[in-house]
Design a protein around this ligand. Structure first.
Ligand code: NDP
Length: 248
């Protein structure tokens, strides 16, 4: 393995399962100490922390609901105090609510915005207070920011499109400080949120994808690790697709 992230301190939101857990493991395998948040899976969080510790780096699982701004700020502050700083922030935690317009509840609308958009801003604002030049912020957006080809997904797509505008603007704030901010936009990726088998999955593969398969969490984590590393220092304000051609 390549230890390009040795001595770096990272925080990944939503690191107990799925894409976030793969990102935690990948950053740790490249030498970073890694804190991560979770909301409702303490057992899964403990498992991930134990795996990370076997890699010889520090691991810190923090229970924090991304919908609560005070909990997000507290998670950043705890990362800084226990790991000694923060160099990499990965805003991964996200929720997906799908329903036709007539049935979509305002509670689901508000939760989608709170977790998928507001928490990204809140964590970023808290983290950059402590970040030095060379800092990296990476958000997990979605290919649905640019293409939402089925019904019921309008609010989710809106939340991920919002991240595109956010990184374009914040890149200007953070560029002079030597900090980059980008979105990674996965296509269908095999997780609890998006199981790779079943009627819906088959429809996606057949009708919408150039590569007729779901992505793996490790493939997404690889792009995040690249953006977190030293070779990606000239990339900022970008939204990078990793979607099997879903948006092609
Ligand atoms: P999963 O549902 O498999 O995992 C979600 C993770 O986020 C869990 O660790 C969960 O923790 C955490 N989480 C959820 N809500 C909160 C919250 N309110 N506060 C803190 N943590 C929370 O999702 P994926 O891994 O599939 O998705 C990760 C990201 O990737 C999301 O932003 C999603 O929108 C995006 N994405 C996913 C795609 C896919 O096909 N899977 C495609 C494109 C984008 P806990 O278990 O403790 O609640």
């Amino acid at each position: 393995m390549n230890y390009t992230l040795q001595n770096k301190r990272a925080l990944v939101t939503g690191g107990s399962r799925g894409i976030g857990a793969a990102i935690v493991k990948r950053l740790a395998s490249e030498g970073a100490d890694v804190a991560f948040t979770y909301s409702s899976s303490p057992e899964r969080a403990n498992e991930i922390a134990q795996i990370v510790q076997t890699l010889g780096v520090k691991a810190l699982g923090i229970q924090a609901d991304s919908a609560e701004a005070s909990e997000v700020v507290a998670a950043v502050e705890r990362t800084v105090s226990e790991l000694g700083g923060i160099d990499i922030l990965v805003n991964n935690a996200g929720v997906l609510a799908i329903a036709p317009i007539d049935d979509f509840t305002l509670a689901d609308f508000d939760r989608t915005i709170a977790v998928n958009v507001r928490a990204v801003f809140v964590a970023t604002q808290a983290a950059v207070k402590h970040m030095q030049a060379g800092g990296r912020i990476i958000n997990i957006g979605s290919t649905n920011a640019e293409r939402m080809p089925f019904t019921g997904g309008g609010v989710y797509a809106m939340s991920k499109s919002a991240l595109q505008g956010l990184v374009q603007g914040l890149a200007r704030d953070l560029g002079p400080r030597g900090i980059t901010i980008n979105n990674v936009q996965p296509g269908p990726t095999a997780t609890d949120m998006n199981p790779p088998e079943g009627e819906f999955a088959e429809m996606l593969k057949k009708q919408f994808m150039a590569l007729p398969r779901f992505g793996t969490v490790e493939e997404i984590a690889g792009m995040v690790a690249y953006l977190a590393g030293p070779e990606a220092g000239y990339i900022t304000g970008a939204s990078l697709m990793i979607d099997g051609g879903f948006s092609a």
